[in-house]
Design a protein around this ligand. Structure first.
Ligand code: KIV
Length: 276
């Protein structure tokens, strides 16, 4: 898929904010050059180099082991493949909690070394001062509320958040505080649709849902989930747009068979040398 000649749809944080109430935003994760390029050329507005990297690419059971260097390594590859989408990179666990100074140093490294346009941080009222400091340093920040996977051990698992009034109010207050601190968008993960709708209506910046229902201003999915490539578990909010895992298995089984029975490689895959 190639964008039509002359079509210009460069996304940035301004186009994200301006889209609110006008058009929905599509975001997918990516962690490498080839996938980022395909996603970018499909017209998707944003590419998130999520720390879900730890689970879907590196095989960890959660995102906590992911490092700033991991995010830079994969972020650089993604940026090389992208022309139009806004590239956002996750700040990994413990890269922004110790002090605002640490957060600035790590955020500066990620932006400088990858060339991405924005960062995403998990958390609400507890990280508002950090978000304000990053925005002041001219680093655009996307917030992330609800099921924030870096807090998995505090939540006691990957569970829906904001189900009672107190918890829901805390998420609303956090969203308002993040907007006030300068965030340009907020991911709402695994929260009741009614709560996501209330937050979406209260904010003037876009909400990007993942298990947040259809009233969010946009949606994000982990790309492997969206095409059936990650089979360890499938959350309820995932829609599989393809069965790429099955297609790959069929291809690899056929490859294995053809290598073993000698039908691959054929003449056309081989190189020749002059008889003399
Ligand atoms: O790490 C990630 O991929 C994310 C998305 C699921 C929003 O944070």
């Amino acid at each position: 898929f190639k964008l039509k000649e002359g079509v210009k749809m460069k996304n940035n944080i301004k186009t994200f904010i301006e889209s609110k109430g006008k058009s929905k935003l599509s975001v997918l994760t990516a962690y490498d050059y080839s996938t980022a390029k395909i996603i970018d050329q499909s017209g998707v507005n944003g590419i998130l180099v999520g720390d879900s990297l730890g689970m879907v690419c590196l095989g960890y059971k959660d995102t906590l082991s992911v490092t700033v260097d991991d995010m830079i390594h994969h972020g650089k590859a993604v940026v090389r493949g992208v022309e139009n989408a806004l590239v956002i990179i996750d700040m990994p666990f413990m890269s922004y909690e110790v002090s605002i100074k640490d957060a600035l140093v790590n955020a500066g490294r990620i932006i400088k070394e990858t060339g991405a346009q924005a960062l995403k941080l998990e958390g609400g009222l507890d990280i508002v001062d950090t978000v304000r400091a990053l925005v002041k340093a001219k680093i655009p920040v996307m917030g992330h509320l609800g099921l924030t996977p870096q807090s998995v051990n505090v939540f006691g698992g990957f569970k829906v958040q904001g189900k009672d009034a107190k918890d829901a109010q805390n998420i609303i207050d956090s969203a308002l505080a993040l907007e006030e601190a300068g965030a340009f968008a907020i991911v709402l993960e695994c929260v009741p649709s009614k709560l996501a709708k209330i937050i979406t209506e209260k904010l003037s910046i876009p909400t990007i849902g993942i298990g947040g229902g259809s009233d969010c201003d946009g949606q994000v999915l982990v790309w492997q989930d969206s095409v059936g490539l990650f089979s360890d578990f499938t959350p309820k909010f995932v829609k599989k747009y393809a069965e790429v895992g099955k297609i790959m298995t069929e291809a690899f089984v056929t490859y294995d068979k053809e290598v073993k029975d000698g039908s691959f490689p054929e003449e056309k895959h081989c190189f020749t040398i002059k008889e003399d």
